[in-house]
Design a protein around this ligand. Structure first.
Ligand code: SAH
Length: 351
């Protein structure tokens, strides 16, 4: 019989397992606590379970974490992981410490189909969706390795979360569940390139998660250039969905805007951006572009960034400039995997 993989299992799945094993349902919570809260992945170490149950679990279930095949520490403390999944696929996860926060940037897909022109993951194409267990597993693997609790999660690794809607919601629920990792919903961020139906659906979930929308351009002309998704859902449709989202959830939206020199970084672009998002409860994150090999885009000067921010401020738009972190370890958006590839790194480490 195929063993049940328990990473990713919620209370219902755990109770079902207990019922197949002819065990009382309360055991489900105990096993969840060991896995998600105490980070124990060996049934024999689950001290409050009777020996008979531990042995039954050994026979019927398994706890398999993604395997860490490469780990790189940036001078600013950012730690980038390359993880190998059960089928050999590789993904990235980035740990970003900041004061008392431990933010983990998690992947939702192997590769990505959205093909944003400035993004390294986009250039790799799409392989497959990640499962709930593979997304939750990223968090557990990094917690185990770093010996630190993750406090915040951003779905800003590889992939488009809203193109893997069901599995992403399953992971979000388990991260949030007090029997799971118990992370407050407000500390969970879902980032999208603008899948309008997904945004609408998310607005009806009744979740307190943060929605981040990758805008990166103030008009359809420019956005069509860098984000193919804009040809499917243009800025008018996207902004309408964003307004509805705020209306339905009362939650502030985060707009991501990567500044690319000479392309979208002038004060005039800032004015257009202010006009576009006027009246939407939101916050703007300005990110100087992380240049990706072969794409030709570069980041603007500090002065250009400040001028852009000041122009937004003049229109009463609050914006923060996000420090580019982990640049020395290719921590931006698919860079480590593009550079090192999956298999080669595995060999490097096993030798
Ligand atoms: N697919 C989702 C989440 C993954 S990417 C989305 O599009 O939002 C997380 C963020 O990094 C997005 O805002 C994305 O546009 C941005 N990004 C991708 N490549 C980048 C680069 N080279 N420099 C700066 N930001 C980049």
């Amino acid at each position: 019989m195929e063993k049940v993989q328990l990473i990713g299992a919620d209370l219902a799945a755990m109770q079902e397992l207990m019922s197949t094993l002819k065990e009382p349902p309360f055991r489900a919570k105990q096993v969840m606590q060991w896995i998600y809260q105490r980070g124990r992945f060996d049934f024999q170490q689950m001290g409050n379970l009777p020996k008979t149950l531990r042995d039954k679990l050994d026979g019927a279930a398994s706890i398999v974490l993604p395997r860490i095949t490469a780990r790189r520490l940036s001078q600013d403390g950012t730690q980038k992981y390359l993880l190998e999944l059960a089928d050999g696929a590789t993904i990235e996860t980035v740990l970003i410490p900041e004061g008392s926060r431990r933010t983990l940037c998690v992947s939702s897909q192997v590769g990505c189909a959205m093909d944003c022109r400035f993004c390294a993951t986009g250039a790799q194409g799409f392989e497959r969706n990640l499962t709930v267990g593979e997304m939750v597993g990223q968090v557990l693997a990094v917690q185990k390795d770093s010996q630190e609790k993750i406090t915040n999660i951003v779905l800003m690794g590889m992939g488009e979360p809203l193109a893997n809607y069901e599995q992403v919601m399953g992971a979000v629920r388990l991260w949030n569940d007090p029997l799971g990792l118990g992370i407050a919903a407000r500390r969970l961020t879902i980032s999208t390139c603008g899948l309008v139906p997904g945004i609408r659906r998310l607005s009806r979930e009744g979740l307190q998660v943060v929605l981040a929308v990758s805008l990166h351009a103030p008009n359809d002309d420019l956005r069509n250039h860098i984000m193919p998704i804009n040809r499917r859902y243009n800025l008018t449709q996207l902004m309408e969905a964003c307004r509805e989202y705020v209306e339905a959830t009362n939650r502030r939206i985060t707009f991501e805007y990567a500044l690319m020199q000479g392309f979208n970084d002038s004060p005039e672009h800032a004015r257009q951006l202010a006009q576009l998002i006027k009246g939407i409860l939101c916050h703007v994150n300005l990110i100087p572009l992380n240049p990706v090999d072969g794409h030709g885009w570069t980041s603007p000067t500090k002065r250009q960034v400040l001028l852009f921010q000041e122009e937004l401020a003049r229109h009463n738009i609050e914006a923060t400039v996000r420090a580019a972190r982990g640049a020395d370890i290719e921590a931006a958006c698919g860079q480590l995997k593009s550079r090192l590839g999956g298999k080669e790194v595995g060999h490097e480490h096993s030798s």
